[in-house]
Ligand binder design. Structure first.
Ligand SMILES: Cc1cc2nc3c(=O)[nH]c(=O)nc-3n(C[C@H](O)[C@H](O)[C@H](O)COP(=O)(O)O)c2cc1C
Length: 300
């Protein structure tokens, strides 16, 4: 079950996706974290963010919408709490940095490293304060964030991109050339829902992030496209994973590890079941290791 993402060795290809397992310690008290190679904490900014008012979570039949607005206590308070919890949790807790400017990302990353995280994911699916556009829409801006964060910390840094990124391969290349050790593909997709009774959007913010099973073909396409264009890129596949079979699909498409997100909201212990299913799939397919599956999709 072991796998690698750049210099990071993982005991399992399963990763808990940022924002779906709180700051990890709350979730670790109910889940069996031994099934995971890492768990990514909720994204943190430099100062506290209060997030969007309710309603900010809504089911959509298939999957869900959210507009949490990255509510978080700010890096200072977060780091204090993390220091008290980290040692007791049997899974590497990676930090996730978010910010409105390149400088804010770097400041948060320093705070995350100070709290002892062994790796940092930069969440580029958030708006740049200068022009309001997502960092991950712009190759130069994304590369700039990755470069600045890497020069501020010593731990490995990965970049998490949006499935709405217009030129995904260019942005992926920019991040890798800037020194990212891995890419997480993808964050939630932009989505919208409304109630025909109240005639209001499901979320107070209007549009939000769409996640869950309906996202899988979209994120899988992102993984496949980047793996094909930039062979050897360490990729964390993320979007709609709910079974061991889904994990195999992401590995075959080119991911080296696979993150579970929305499934945790319905099934906090999903990792144990999915690991069991993954082991069964490997046996059924006659495959000895996860590594053999990575990028093994064949052309027609
Ligand atoms: C309620 C909720 C909160 C999230 N918060 C974050 C976050 O803080 N940072 C981040 O990088 N991704 C965040 N995400 C995105 C997930 O990590 C994941 O990329 C996305 O939901 C797609 O995977 P899934 O379909 O398995 O949920 C959040 C997702 C949900 C559902």
């Amino acid at each position: 079950m072991r796998t690698r993402l750049g210099s990071l060795e993982l005991r399992s290809p399963l990763i808990a996706a940022s924002g779906t397992v709180g700051s990890v310690w709350e979730w670790a008290s109910v889940a069996d974290v031994s099934a995971y190679g890492a768990a990514v904490a909720k994204s943190v900014s430099a100062e506290p963010w209060s997030g969007q008012p309710a309603p900010r979570l809504a089911p959509t039949g298939v999957g869900m919408l959210n507009s949490i607005g990255i509510q978080n206590p700010g890096i200072h308070a977060w780091a204090q709490k993390m220091k008290g919890h980290r040692a007791a949790i049997d899974v590497p807790i990676w930090g996730s940095a978010v910010g409105g400017s390149v400088g804010e990302f770097a400041e948060v990353a320093k705070g995350l490293e100070g709290a002892g995280v062994p790796a940092i994911e930069v969440n580029l699916s958030c708006p740049n304060l200068e022009n309001g556009e997502m960092f991950s829409f712009d190759p130069a801006l994304s590369a700039g964030v990755v470069r600045e964060v890497i020069s501020s910390v010593t731990v490995p840094v990965g970049a998490k991109l949006s499935p709405n990124t217009p030129d995904l391969v260019e942005v992926a290349k920019g991040c890798m050339d800037a020194g990212a050790e891995f890419l997480t593909l993808t964050n939630s997709a932009l989505g919208f829902g409304l109630s025909i009774e109240s005639r209001r959007p499901l979320l107070s913010a209007g549009a939000g992030g769409y996640s869950g099973p309906g996202l899988k073909p979209i994120s899988l396409r992102c993984v496949f496209e980047v793996a094909r264009a930039l062979p050897g890129t360490p990729i964390v596949g993320c979007g709609g994973v709910a079974s061991g079979r889904d994990v195999v699909e992401y590995l075959m498409a080119g991911a080296s590890a696979v993150a579970l997100g929305t499934i945790h909201l319905a099934e906090p212990k999903a990792g144990v079941r999915i690991m069991r299913e993954l082991q069964r799939e490997l046996t059924r397919l006659g495959v000895g290791s996860v590594r053999e599956l990575i990028g093994s999709v064949e052309p027609w």
